[in-house]
Ligand binder design. Structure first.
Ligand code: BG6
Ligand code: MG
Length: 229
């Protein structure tokens, strides 16, 4: 790749494990609607927008709701979710993330957030890391959900950096596809069997250094050809 100028981070599942709070809030909604929602089913909601998550939840419960009811249900879930995230603090930043961000900064590599969440700023504030980001693109700024590349392309554009000089860190398949469609390099964070198509997959940031990233990117095979247009 060209010289690395930008690292874009997904939030949920990469910087912090908010999936457990999303799960608790969706589960409470499911129970109120009269059905069970399991941790296994919660996997289907990772990286998916709030409205789409609700549609999947209703599908699981075999329920149909009007557009107006769906808006109210999503709002209700979000109120509970926000109650959980307001209890978070910096101890919940995933291992190794903070030193990695700091190292990028020290090397002059720009840092962006590329998240589907409309609560991203609240979470970054609770974690006390808002200031580390040169640009924050969240669910309030984009109209197309991942796997559309909008969220990542906008981050690069706002910083005036070409996509080919950017790398994305993602924990969800839809996000990996979005990064590839954006013409960026992508490092999956999590289980390699679930994160197919990423240029590389790392288990997390514990003991992962920028030097390791540069080595991986140097060796990355061009995968763009495998992506559907
Ligand atoms: C993504 C999460 O980052 O954000 C999804 O992986 C979530 O699970 C989505 O549904 C939207 O988040 P929010 O905070 O706007 O409801
Ligand atoms: Mg994620």
């Amino acid at each position: 790749m060209d010289i690395l100028h930008l690292a874009i981070f997904d939030l949920d599942g990469v910087i912090v494990d908010t999936a457990k709070y999303h799960y608790l809030a969706w589960k409470r909604l499911a129970e109120e609607l009269g059905f069970q929602f399991t941790p296994a089913a919660n996997e289907r909601l990772k990286g998916v927008s709030r409205q789409r998550s609700l549609e999947i939840l209703l599908e699981i419960g075999g329920l149909r709701k009007t557009e107006e009811e769906r808006i109210q249900l999503a709002e209700k879930k979000n109120t509970w979710y926000v109650e959980y995230i307001l209890q978070m603090d910096k101890s919940e930043i995933l291992p190794g993330v903070l030193p990695f961000l700091q190292e990028l900064k020290d090397r002059g590599i720009k840092i962006a957030l590329g998240s589907a969440s409309k609560n991203a700023r609240t979470i970054l504030d609770r974690l006390e890391i808002t200031e580390l980001f040169d640009v924050i693109v969240d669910g309030n700024l984009v109209s197309q959900a991942k796997p559309d590349p909008e969220v990542f392309l906008l981050g690069a554009e706002l910083l005036g950096i070409p996509p080919r000089s950017a790398v994305v860190f993602e924990d969800a398949q839809a996000g990996i596809e979005a990064a590839l469609r954006a013409g960026m390099k992508v490092v999956g964070v999590g289980d390699p069997s679930l994160l197919r198509n990423a240029h590389h997959v790392i288990p997390g940031f514990a003991s992962f250094k920028v030097e390791d990233l540069l080595r991986l990117l140097e060796a990355a095979a061009p995968l763009e050809a495998h992506v559907n247009p």
